[in-house]
Design a protein around this ligand. Sequence first.
Ligand code: HEM
Length: 509
Amino acid sequence: MSNTEESHTSAGLVYVLLVLIAYPIFRALHNVFFHPLSDIPGPRAWSASRLPFIWSLLRGTLVHDVERLHWKYGPVVRIAPDEVTFADADAYPDIFQARSDSKPFLKDPVWWETQPGLPDTILSAINPEKHARIRRILAPGFTLRALRDQEPILHQYVNLLVDRLRESALESSEAQVDLVPWLNFTTFDIIGDLGFGDSFNCLQHSRYHPWTAMLFSTVKAAAWVASARYYPLIEFILLKCIPPSLMKTQTDHYQRISNKVDRRLNFEMERPDVLSYVIKKREEEAVPIGEINSTFMILTTAGSETTATLLSGIMNYLVNCPDKLNTLKHEVRHNFNTSDDITLEALKDLPYLNAVINEGFRMCPPVPWVLPRRVPHGGSTVCGTWLPGGTAVSVQAYTMNRSPSYFHCASSFIPERWLPEVHGNPESPFSKDSRGVIQPFSLGPRSCLGQNLAMAELRLIISKLVWAFDFEAIDGNVLKWDDLRVFLLIEKKPIQVKIKPRSEVPAEA
Ligand code: HEM
């Protein structure tokens, strides 16, 4: 190479290098000072680049970091160049409900676009017509009427949980258990049986099914996939680097679910599980079977992990607040002579039990931030703030639920605030609590389809546990819920407690 050619090549390299360095700086400066979202408060680093958001997401500290940002900057915070998050109760209806003044805010494809080769699910379908079609097919299996027929199946698993715990409790006078796996076993078995008529038998064998072990890693992987999607080149490389064994695990998992669904669809058992309603629907219209299979795959996580998390959170607070646990115990034991008397109909109106569950939703929301939506083309307003089309918007349930601007003694577990005689009393400091802020199941056409089932599981499991056992915290072994990491869902840690079968069981029990 001649000297002139050499100097041209080096000049070219320097130029490319300069562009590579200058472009991100230029982009960052543009994002901070000239972007349409520049006026929205937020830390400069987060407004300049997506990286601080991704770093926080992958460390599992996003909801806590964003909570601190809301304290500093207020209820509307820019947390990425093209994303704004809200800790304001009005954000729920503005983003999630149908509005006459705005087109709908659809799910953000970064989070919801399905992996190549997998059909859409009820959760992932972004197109409203497609989503409505899947939801219409599944909805009859989740009504209160369906739940009445499903109630015996719920009792069967909750009773098995109590039997298994009793065996552990009787092992020694100082028996201890970690409640977390047991609660997970129960909700996972229930969704298997109620979903496709085939329990995962975790309670039966007192151990996780191999799928359950995979569940949380799938949720964590979703955070990685979304992070990569912000940088299409990285996503492309990552997809190319996925080991074939991992791809196989995923296809095997999908295949196993498809087989279960297929078996159930072709075997018309007379039982009231969710698929029995899909079988009936098939007589009236074509059912997209790939989407039903995928939906059941995702339901095993969405329908078990969320409920198990809340149950764990509530039991953790109760054992660490013995006065609250005693009040609940008294209510349940006073109302039911035998465990068999406990029914969903009777539990619906137990004031303290329902107050405990509501307070659980407030302190330990299983979905601590509802994943982002995109502002529709042409722009729209959220909480009075105008945002250009394409802006990602999310709602921070965790921050709002613990905000002193919405709740008195916001960071303490106080079920009493939900009792009508307390919040209805103008003299009570809790009368000014903004109870409507708590929307654990979200709102609108994408709100939780399984909320009746979730409430039934929560009421049955908590009441049967406190009816049958005395629980006690172990000194020096307190789990601080706020310390748990969040990867879309909450990464639980063991909740080790002392457990004893209740001492005074009534004669007829
Ligand atoms: C305490 C327990 C639960 C909580 C807090 C909860 C919360 C939520 C939330 C916040 C959403 C909306 C997510 C979004 O729009 O981004 C959702 C959706 C959904 N949940 Fe739940 N969930 C729970 C239990 C369940 C159970 C037990 C099932 C079913 C067995 C279930 C099935 C679903 C389905 C199918 C959707 C998607 C609805 C749609 O897009 O049309 N959930 N849930």
